[in-house]
Design a protein around this ligand. Structure first.
Ligand SMILES: [Ca+2]
Ligand SMILES: [Ca+2]
Length: 174
């Protein structure tokens, strides 16, 4: 900070001029110290008044409020309703939970699945929302199409898919 030193002796100026002199010193000091840093929302207040018909002004110090840093992040978990000894004809239901644990809304969420079984891999669909506060900020254009349109921070989408075990799975994967 650049210091401005200006001494005003008590009898050097009439009252009104002395007040203006003090205001000039104060504003000069503030202008020398405060430059917008562009690291957030910078704000500075100015107060105006008069003394014996002459303007008097002052400015606050700069108040800087940093903006949030974007955090893009999702979590996905997958579970099966059967954990052992499936036989031909058994239906395994998979549940996938996708949570937006970042701080911005993520769009067009889909899941892909692969496996080593004989039949086609499960296709996640039947999406349902767990809407945590604030409510109503996650939306879906088309129900149960395997795509969730807008997932807001803190909310979770649950997808499900099924696979019917084939005899060849039992023959080849035991
Ligand atoms: Ca929500
Ligand atoms: Ca959908």
């Amino acid at each position: 900070m650049k210091k401005l030193n200006l001494h005003i002796r008590n009898n050097a100026f009439p009252g009104a001029l002395k007040a203006l002199g003090f205001a000039a010193v104060f504003m000069g000091a503030i202008f020398a110290q405060n430059k917008f840093a562009f690291a957030g929302i910078d704000n500075q207040a100015t107060v105006n008044g008069t003394y014996l018909g002459n303007p008097v002004s002052a400015q606050s110090l700069l108040v800087s409020v940093p903006v949030v840093t974007t955090n893009l992040h999702m979590l996905v978990t997958k579970t099966a309703d059967k954990t052992a000894n499936v036989a031909a004809g058994d239906v395994i239901t998979y549940t996938y939970k996708v949570t937006n644990d970042g701080n911005v809304t993520i769009h067009n969420i889909t899941l892909a699945d692969v496996h080593n079984a004989a039949g086609p891999a499960p296709v996640p669909g039947s999406e349902t929302l767990t809407d945590n506060p604030p409510l109503g900020n996650s939306t879906d254009v088309t129900a149960n199409d395997g795509l969730w349109s807008d997932l807001a921070p803190g909310d979770t989408i649950t997808f499900t898919a099924t696979y019917t075990v084939k005899q060849s799975d039992v023959d080849n994967l035991q």
